[in-house]
Design a binder for this molecule. Structure first.
Ligand code: SF4
Ligand code: SF4
Length: 99
């Protein structure tokens, strides 16, 4: 039996380091996916290093950069958790949705 190949996760420190890749250039304005969510990302800005990785990885473009800081647009964020998974500073926490 072949030994299992070790899979190494690549961690980027900034959006500039990332290779060219396809990305969404807008959210579906007519489809507010925020109502799908049962967990939500909360960004601890005090630990944010302003790398832009969350902005680049969000599949719905639900993270906007305002005055160089990431801000979640909760109308469209569907709580997938990709931003929290990819944040190199681990400053995005997925918390239970408040109804
Ligand atoms: S939880 Fe998913 S949809 Fe919401 S901001 Fe993060 S990556 Fe985008
Ligand atoms: S929240 Fe995380 S991924 Fe987003 S800009 Fe800040 S450090 Fe980077």
């Amino acid at each position: 039996m072949k030994p299992k190949k070790e899979i190494k996760k690549v961690v980027f420190q900034s959006a500039e380091e990332m290779p060219t890749m396809p990305m969404s250039i807008g959210n579906m304005l007519w489809n507010k996916t925020g109502s799908w969510r049962n967990i939500r990302p909360e960004i601890r800005l005090e630990d944010c290093i302003q790398c832009g990785i969350c902005w680049k990885f969000c599949p719905d473009m639900s993270i906007e950069i305002e005055a160089e800081w990431p801000v979640v647009n909760y109308d469209y964020c569907k709580g997938c958790g990709i931003c929290a998974e990819e944040c190199p500073a681990k400053c995005i926490l997925m918390v239970e949705e408040r109804k």
